[in-house]
Write a protein that binds this ligand. Structure first.
Ligand SMILES: Nc1ncnc2c1ncn2[C@@H]1O[C@H](COP(=O)(O)OP(=O)(O)OP(=O)(O)O)[C@@H](O)[C@H]1O
Ligand SMILES: O=C(O)[C@H](O)CO
Length: 518
C-alpha cells in the first residue's frame, strides 16, 4: 500500500510541459501514436544504442575495439534501417555485411521516401530479399547460408554485429539435416494454424535449426558477437525474438515434445523431424556445447514496446495531456481486451459503489489480458487521483498483441477490430461518449490491410447507424477494415503507411476530464 501512495503522490506533482494546444483530442491521439512509432524507428534505436568513441564502439556500456575488424549480419523486417544507421556510425571499420530482409522492402521504402532506411550505393552490406508473405523460402535459405558462411569465416580478432528484429525467424531458415525447408515450414505452419503461441513456435523452430537458439553465435565463435535486438514479443525474451540466433539456449527436448503433443502433431511429424529431435544429444551438438559460448556474446534489446510507450507518454505530456502507462504486455482474446478497456473507461468516470464494483471486475479480467495486478492497482490509483484532481485529459497508454479468433471472411486486423469493439463498449456506457480509443500496429500494417489501426469514440454507434452501417454484422465477419473504410469516408482509419519498424501494437484510451473535476 505504501508503494501505491508514493506513486499517487508523484501523479499529484505532475505538470504538463506546455499548455495544451488547440488541436482536437483525435488529432492529439494520432500525434501521440506517431511519436510512439518515431521513438522506435530502426535508425533511431541503433543511433541511441551505438556510441562511437574514436576507434572504440560502446554498446550498453561495453567497449569494443575497432581495428577494421567489423562484420555485420542482420535478419528481420526492420534490419535494413538498422544496418543503414550502423554503417553510418561504424562504416569506416566495416569489412563486409549481409542482411536478410523481406521481399520487396527496398522498393517499398523507396516508394515511401524512407531514404534514411536504405543503404548507400557504396555500401559494404549486401541486401538479400526473401521470405515472401513472412514464410521461409529458398531465397531466405540462401541468405541464411551466406550469413552462416560469413559467421564461420570469423576469427578471434573479429567483431560481429548482429541486427535482429521481428520476422527474423522466417528470414533465417537453416533446417538441421535431413529436415528440409519444406518439412520445417510445414511443421511451423501446422503449429501456427493450430493456435500455437509465438513462444511455442519459436521453441520448436530452435530445435530444428542450425542457426537459431544460439547457432549463429556458435558459428561465429571465437569472434566477439554483439546482438542488437528490436523486440516484437511481449516481455522482450531475447532467446525467442527471431528464435534467438545469438542467444545460447539449451533445447529441452521434453518442452519441444510437450508443445508438439499439445497440438497433436507428434504422430504425424515427418521422419526427418523425429530423427533430428531424437538425436539432439548427438556428438555434433554436444561438441558444440563444450565451447565457452556465453563469454563472447553481448545481446541487448534496443527497441521495444515499452520504449514506444515512453515516447508516446512524452508526447502526450508535451501536448498537455496527463500520461499514464499501464503495460506493454496486453494480450489474450480481443473480446476480453475490449471489455477490459471498456471497464477502465467506465472506472475513470465512476465513483462510490460503482467504482468498487468496476475495480473488482478489472482486477479479475487483468490476468486474462496479461496485465499484472500490481501494475493494474497503480493505474487504478492514478485514475482515481486524476478524476479528483485533473482538469486535463488523461492519456492511458498500453501495448502488446491481443489475438483474434477469425471466424469471418472479411478484411480487417486486430487493431481495427479492437478499436471497433472498444468503440462499442464506449458507446454503450452512459455519459462516456467523449472518451476516445486508438489502436495501431507500430509496423503500420494491421493484418492484410493498408491501415495500421483506427481511432474512435463513444459516438461510433450512432455515427455508424446514421450511415446505415451495422457494427455487429461487420464484427461477425471480421470485417473491421471495410467498416472503417466506409465510416465517415475512412476518416477514423490510421494510415501512416509502412513504418519500417515493429514493436507490436499501441493502445491509447483518452479520457477527457470529468465535468466535476473541471
Ligand atoms: N480480417 C481480420 N480481422 C481481424 N484480424 C485479422 C484479420 N485478418 C488477419 N487478422 C489478424 O492479423 C494478424 C496478422 O497480422 P499482421 O500481419 O499485422 O501480424 P503481426 O502479428 O503484426 O505480424 P508481424 O509481427 O510479423 O508483423 C493475425 O493475428 C490475424 O489474426
Ligand atoms: O521472427 C520471429 O520469430 C517473430 O517475429 C518473433 O520475433
Amino acid at each position: 500500500m505504501a508503494r501505491v501512495l508514493t506513486l499517487s503522490r508523484s501523479v499529484l506533482h505532475w505538470s504538463p510541459l506546455r499548455v495544451r494546444s488547440m488541436c482536437s483530442l483525435e488529432e492529439q491521439a494520432r500525434a501521440i501514436f506517431a511519436a510512439a512509432v518515431e521513438g522506435v524507428q530502426p535508425d533511431s534505436v541503433v543511433h541511441r544504442a551505438l556510441q562511437r568513441r574514436g576507434d572504440e564502439l560502446v554498446v550498453a556500456e561495453h567497449c569494443f575495439e575497432l581495428r577494421h575488424n567489423l562484420h555485420l549480419v542482420g535478419f528481420g523486417k526492420a534490419v535494413l534501417g538498422m544496418a543503414a544507421e550502423a554503417e553510418r556510425i561504424v562504416g569506416d571499420h566495416l569489412i563486409q555485411g549481409i542482411v536478410s530482409v523481406p521481399h520487396g522492402i527496398q522498393e517499398t521504402l523507396q516508394r515511401h521516401r524512407k531514404l534514411n532506411m536504405l543503404l548507400d550505393a557504396s555500401s559494404k552490406i549486401k541486401v538479400m530479399e526473401g521470405a515472401k508473405h513472412n514464410l521461409p523460402d529458398t531465397d531466405a535459405q540462401r541468405s541464411a547460408e551466406s550469413i552462416w558462411e560469413l559467421a564461420c569465416s570469423l576469427t578471434e580478432k573479429d567483431l560481429l554485429l548482429v541486427l535482429i528484429s521481428g520476422g527474423g525467424s522466417a528470414l533465417l531458415p537453416a533446417p538441421v539435416p535431413p529436415v528440409t525447408l519444406h518439412e520445417k515450414q510445414e511443421v511451423t505452419r501446422r503449429l501456427a494454424a493450430a493456435g500455437a503461441t509465438i513462444q511455442e513456435l519459436n521453441t520448436v523452430r530452435r530445435a530444428l535449426s542450425l542457426l537459431k537458439g544460439g547457432g549463429l553465435a556458435r558459428c561465429a565463435y571465437p569472434a566477439q558477437v554483439v546482438g542488437l535486438i528490436l523486440s516484437d514479443i511481449i516481455g522482450d525474451p531475447v532467446d525467442l525474438i527471431a528464435s534467438g540466433p545469438t542467444v545460447w539456449s539449451e533445447t529441452s527436448l521434453e518442452t519441444v515434445w510437450t508443445i508438439l503433443n499439445r497440438y497433436n502433431l507428434s504422430d504425424t511429424l515427418p521422419l526427418s523431424v523425429k530423427e533430428v529431435l531424437n538425436q539432439a544429444d548427438s556428438q555434433q551438438r554436444s561438441s558444440l556445447k563444450e565451447q565457452p559460448q556465453q563469454i563472447n556474446i553481448l545481446n541487448t534489446v534496443i527497441g521495444s514496446n515499452a520504449i514506444a510507450l515512453k515516447c508516446a507518454s512524452r508526447k502526450a505530456q508535451e501536448l498537455g495531456l496527463r500520461p499514464v502507462i499501464l503495460s506493454p504486455g496486453v494480450c489474450g482474446n480481443i473480446q476480453a481486451v475490449a471489455q477490459f478497456y471498456g471497464l477502465l473507461s467506465r472506472f475513470a468516470c465512476s465513483s462510490g459503489k460503482e467504482s468498487t464494483e468496476l475495480r473488482d471486475q478489472i482486477l479479475k479480467l487483468g490476468t486474462e489480458v496479461g496485465v499484472g495486478s500490481w501494475e493494474l492497482c497503480c493505474t487504478l490509483k492514478e485514475l482515481e487521483v486524476v478524476q479528483q484532481e485533473s482538469w486535463h485529459a488523461t492519456c492511458l497508454l498500453a501495448g502488446g498483441e491481443p489475438t483474434v479468433h477469425l471466424l469471418g471472411k472479411g478484411r480487417g486486423g486486430r487493431n481495427q477490430e479492437l478499436a471497433l469493439r472498444v468503440g462499442l463498449e464506449l458507446s454503450r456506457a452512459k455519459e462516456r461518449s467523449r472518451n476516445m480509443f486508438l489502436s495501431g500496429g507500430t509496423d503500420g500494417q494491421d493484418g492484410p490491410t493498408e491501415a495500421a489501426g483506427a481511432v474512435c469514440d463513444g459516438n461510433i454507434e450512432s455515427e455508424a447507424k446514421s450511415q446505415g452501417l451495422d457494427i455487429d454484422g461487420f464484427l461477425q465477419n471480421n470485417d473491421s477494415f471495410t467498416f472503417f473504410s466506409s465510416l465517415s469516408k475512412g476518416q477514423r482509419l490510421l494510415l501512416p503507411g509502412l513504418t519500417g519498424t515493429n514493436v507490436m501494437d499501441v493502445h491509447m484510451l483518452i479520457l477527457p476530464p470529468t465535468p466535476s473535476a473541471q
